[in-house]
Design a protein around this ligand. Structure first.
Ligand code: UD1
Ligand code: MG
Length: 460
């Protein structure tokens, strides 16, 4: 006898052709909230602390292995997609004994591990446990057929449905099954493929088990939307909406103020302090850390961003690879690119692009500037239209702007160049050599007025 503490084997089936997706990308690598479908299934599997995880892959094996190089996964090849029953048979090669096996489908990404644990506990030698769900629209799923006493008899696949009464059944197979390894190894070779799709259906285990004298129990999923199987693009869109609800639900519970949960997407991990406010249309990707009281305005995209407490991003900004101190103001309409750090109290205004730049505290670039490959000190003011000319056509060069420099409007700083501490650069200058600290540097033609000038074409 096995103890219920035995670690189960989790098998994830991911070798199907995925033709209904009409995509070149393998189905289990389709992205849901910024992560491949299989990534979500693996996360659920790992939460169960299994003894082993096996993933069955097929034609697209290489791409899937490359996406998941993790050491805790054992990949098993199913050379041809002959059906889910065949896939499990291939996966269990060499497995014996009373070890409990949990079968998950790589295209069912939203399951809760709590529910799965209960299913594993229910599986015993001579007893199969299935997870079912009650759907309003059961189209596409295997239907659970019961006898008049309510006991499960079989599962009928959509393609094999001929009886209109069965079409009306709303209880469906989620694809999740738990059983002992020896029972599966006994039953799987008995499956036949005499059905509409000429596949070895895993679902036919039910009548086989009953015919052998085993028992089969079902557990109804508490949230049917979490059993959604992804077969078509519309299923993926539905799953995205469901996962958004799950993610925002958790964030709202933590006190993050999301203005409209239906118009917020997290495609990564958010770590948020207290009193963080996120307006509509915001997309957060990768790893995002927002300090206390941070406010993100409408329609901003932040990827791998860290903002210190009290900072505010106004509407329509795109920030990627940015680390900012406290009380920074960014936008509206600013674009900040990777390898950029901003100091406490910095102000970045509209139509400003910053890339690979370190900016000290209390500096400003408020209007229409490009600052790239630069080192900007503290209390620097960059006027409207300042451009660091960082590229000579072959190489990128750095611009150094020391503390308390004031750069006038419409200035080009041709890198490599250094503007000394406290220097003032006159508006309209093209600076090609270092400017010394403290002084006013101008590099433009002097203004003159021609008084006896006549406007062309004017008769007087
Ligand atoms: C399957 C179930 C159906 C259930 C639904 C839940 C069967 C026969 N049908 O239908 O009862 O309601 O899931 O979402 O099991 N796969 C392989 N090898 C194969 C075929 C499939 O590994 O030869 C994998 C696929 O990659 C996929 C999973 O098994 O991850 C399910 O296959 P899919 O073709 O999507 O089955 P459904 O038609 O969704
Ligand atoms: Mg499916």
């Amino acid at each position: 006898m096995h103890a219920t503490t035995d670690r189960p084997l989790v098998v994830i089936l991911a070798a199907g052709a995925g033709t209904r997706m009409h995509s070149k990308r393998p189905k289990v690598l389709q992205e849901l909230a910024g992560r491949p479908l299989l990534g979500w299934v693996l996360e659920t599997a790992r939460a169960l602390e299994p003894g082993e995880i096996r993933v069955v892959t097929g034609r697209e094996s290489q791409a899937i292995r490359a996406a998941f190089p993790d050491a805790d996964i054992r990949f098993v090849e199913q050379s041809q997609p002959l059906g889910t029953g065949h896939a499990l048979r291939v996966a269990l090669d060499g497995v014996r004994g009373s070890l409990r096996v949990l079968v998950l489908y790589g295209d069912v990404p939203l399951l809760s591990s709590v529910e799965l644990r209960a299913l594993i506990d229910a599986a015993q030698p001579g007893h199969l446990a299935l997870l079912t769900a009650l759907l309003d629209d059961a189209e596409g799923y295997g239907r659970i057929v019961r006898d008049p006493e309510g006991r499960i008899r079989s599962i009928v696949e959509q393609a094999d449905l001929t009886d209109p009464e069965m079409l009306a059944i709303r209880e469906v197979n989620t694809g999740v099954l738990a059983a002992s390894a020896e029972d599966l190894v006994t039953l799987l070779p008995r499956l036949r493929n005499d059905n509409a799709q000429h596949e070895f259906y895993l679902t036919d285990l039910v009548p086989e088990a009953l015919a052998t004298g085993f028992t089969v129990s079902t557990r109804l999923a508490s949230d049917a939307k979490r059993t959604l199987g992804i077969n078509r693009a519309c299923d993926l869109a539905m799953a995205e909406s469901k996962i958004r609800t799950l993610i925002t639900g958790k964030l709202l519970d933590q006190g993050v103020r999301i203005r409209d949960p239906a118009r917020f997407d997290l495609r990564g991990v958010l770590e948020a302090g207290s009193d963080v406010e996120i307006d509509v249309g915001v997309v957060l990707e990768g790893s995002v850390r927002l300090g206390d009281g941070v406010r993100i305005g409408p329609y901003c995209i932040l990827r791998d961003v860290e903002l210190g407490s009290g900072s505010e991003v106004f509407s329509h900004c795109v920030l990627e690879g940015v680390k900012a101190g406290r009380n920074v103001r960014i936008g509206p309409f600013a674009r900040i690119r990777p390898e950029t750090s901003l100091g406490e109290g910095d102000r970045i205004g509209n139509f400003v692009e910053i890339k690979n730049t370190r900016m000290g505290a209390d500096s400003k670039a408020n209007h229409l500037s490009y600052v790239g490959d630069a080192e900007v000190g503290k209390k620097v003011n960059l006027g409207a239209g300042v451009i660091t000319v960082n590229y000579d056509g072959t190489h990128k060069h750095r611009t150094v702007i020391e503390d308390e420099v004031m750069v006038g409007c419409d200035v080009q700083l041709v890198a490599p160049v250094t503007i000394g501490r406290g220097a003032f650069i006159g508006a309209g200058s093209t600076i090609v050599r270092d400017a010394p600290p403290g002084g006013l540097t101008l590099a433009r033609t002097e203004q003159k007025t021609i008084t006896d000038w006549k406007r062309p074409g004017r008769k007087d």
